[in-house]
Design a protein around this ligand. Structure first.
Ligand code: HEC
Ligand code: HEC
Length: 462
């Protein structure tokens, strides 16, 4: 970019920022509050002023959110030591959602209108811990290993028992003979080379290096408008800060493309395992390639979809041919975890499965109709569906979020699903049992307790 273009571009950015500032001021005047529909950004304040403003509301917002979670869920999570994620962590057991004045069986027999009228749907959308603020937010288990990811203004909300392994296993489609390559280690810029040199080609190694390199984003950058105190936090975040070991720690964020703020969906970091068999990327955006999503993440998602902020805070524009492709090539060899009970069609091998798992598969393919969206072998139809969960609840503002429609959402593959609680695009179902209750209601299946437990047993095999 030559100097004249650069100056003109900066002028444009400054102009748009100034206009944004005026609109925010107008909104402040109108609403008498400091939260505009543009989020909290205010270019006229110093870092100390912005931080003081955030700290002034931190405790009150955290309490409102903790109250909401306590009202919706039993957060004293039970685990099943006999059922493990592939990295060795015990599976959380549910259902964790609290019911108000009904049993699961009674709820299953009610119509959507009756459930909506009584206000007793257990799985409305899950708000972000501070929904008016948003931004990237990391669970404490990851922050303990990577302290640069701490935000001073918001804390992660869900218990560690309903999150994936802290250092998830890594399986490579190119070297299945190696099994788990991570072996309990979190892969970072400090150790990747010694672990992967000789297993990857130089192009994939370079892609992995980029996936592990910090780049500035909305909350982690060097400007006054940041949410980190740490000098190392100002360098930014890496792709694998959320997609830890190519899987996920279920770090959370607000989706970039919905406005106003209260309508934005909380989003749950998806695993990158099995992106090779997927054809749609992002829960709602449906970008068509891993390469596109890689560029999109750093250019726009990192900045809440605000291209002017991106320019100011130091967006790193990746070069398609020599960087994006390399990153994608590495992501495309991340395999699902082994599923020893499945045959080459992705169906249960009846010689290895229990009677409950076999009944669960028959339900999945029959009465429960899961198969119509989740066909074997990977249990996704690579499409999107509108489950219209809003049939079950009223549109109202709760904890800073509008309980509104989800719209069409991508069918996540269910291969390896036991490894990635909490579930759905926003994490509202904390366990597999909760997802079964969710679909029992959404599809109006009226399953018996035995059928529900058989279905869960089957999901654990995938
Ligand atoms: C703050 C955590 C975070 C960081 C950092 C992050 N991602 Fe993501 N990633 C997400 C979330 C959340 C989604 C789901 C987005 C949605 O639902 O619209 C996602 C989705 C994806 C997907 C699509 C997966 C699918 O199954 O649809 C790919 C590919 C991806 N990210 C790659 C990357 C790359 C490459 C980087 C680094 C440039 C990166 N991510 C950085 C959280 C993160
Ligand atoms: C009409 C299509 C459809 C049917 C039928 C369906 N699903 Fe899904 N499934 C989806 C979509 C779409 C999502 C993502 C929804 C979201 O994130 O809000 C999903 C998500 C899930 C998830 C969470 C995956 C994750 O990684 O978060 C599980 C588990 C699941 N489905 C199991 C089932 C079971 C079990 C059944 C049958 C009882 C079923 N589904 C029936 C479309 C469907």
């Amino acid at each position: 970019m030559n100097m004249t273009r650069f100056t003109r571009w900066r002028g444009l950015v400054a102009g748009v920022l100034a206009a944004g500032g005026l609109i925010s001021l107008a909104l402040v005047a109108q609403q008498g509050s400091v939260v505009s529909s543009y989020g909290p950004t205010d270019q006229t304040q110093t870092f100390e002023q912005i931080k003081a403003g955030r700290m002034a509301v931190k405790a009150e917002r955290a309490k409102a959110h903790a109250d909401l979670l306590a009202a919706r869920y039993n957060l004293d999570i039970k685990t099943d030591p006999s059922a493990k994620m592939s990295g060795g962590k015990a599976l959380p057991v549910g259902p964790t959602a609290k019911l108000v004045g009904v049993t699961w069986e009674q709820l299953g027999k009610m119509t959507p209108a009756q459930i909506r009228e009584k206000g007793i749907f257990p799985y409305p959308p899950l708000p972000f811990p501070d929904h008016a603020e948003g931004g990237m937010l990391f669970p404490p288990m990851t922050i303990k290993l990577l302290p640069r990811l701490v935000r001073f203004d918001v804390d992660f909300d869900l218990p560690e028992a309903v999150l994936p392994d802290v250092a998830p296993a890594i399986y490579l489609t190119t070297r299945p003979d190696l099994g788990d390559v991570a072996k309990g280690r979190v892969i970072t810029i400090n150790n990747f080379y010694e672990i992967f040199n000789g297993i990857l080609n130089p192009k994939q190694i370079e892609g992995l290096r980029l996936l592990l390199t910090q780049f500035p984003q909305q909350q982690f950058n060097a400007t006054e408008d940041r949410r980190t105190d740490r000098a190392d936090g100002m360098l930014g975040v890496t792709c694998f800060d959320c997609h830890v070991n190519g899987h996920t720690n279920r770090a959370t964020h607000l989706v970039g493309d919905i406005r106003p703020q209260e309508f934005r969906h909380r989003i749950n970091t998806p695993s990158l395992r099995g992106v090779n068999i997927q054809r749609l990327f992002g829960s709602q955006r449906a970008l068509k390639t891993v390469e596109d999503f890689t560029e999109f993440e750093q250019r726009a998602a990192y900045f809440d979809g605000d291209i002017c902020m991106a320019a100011k805070k130091g967006v790193n524009v990746l070069e398609r041919g020599s960087q994006v492709h390399f990153m994608a090539e590495f992501m495309e060899i991340l395999d699902f975890p082994p599923a020893p009970k499945l045959n080459i069609y992705g169906e249960l091998d009846t010689a290895k499965a229990t009677p409950s798992e076999i009944r669960g598969e028959a339900l999945f393919n029959g009465k429960a109709r899961c198969i119509s969206c989740h066909p074997a072998p990977y249990y996704t139809d690579n499409s999107m569906h509108n489950l219209r969960a809003e049939r079950f609840y009223k549109q109202e503002l709760v904890d800073g979020m509008m309980m509104a429609h989800d719209g069409p959402i991508k069918t996540f593959p269910l291969r390896g699903v036991r490894d990635s609680p909490p579930y759905l695009h926003d994490g509202r179902c904390l366990t597999l049992e909760d997802t079964v209750e969710y679909f029992n209601l959404v599809q109006q299946l009226d399953l018996t307790p035995q059928e529900k437990s058989d279905l869960t047993a089957f999901l654990r095999c995938l």
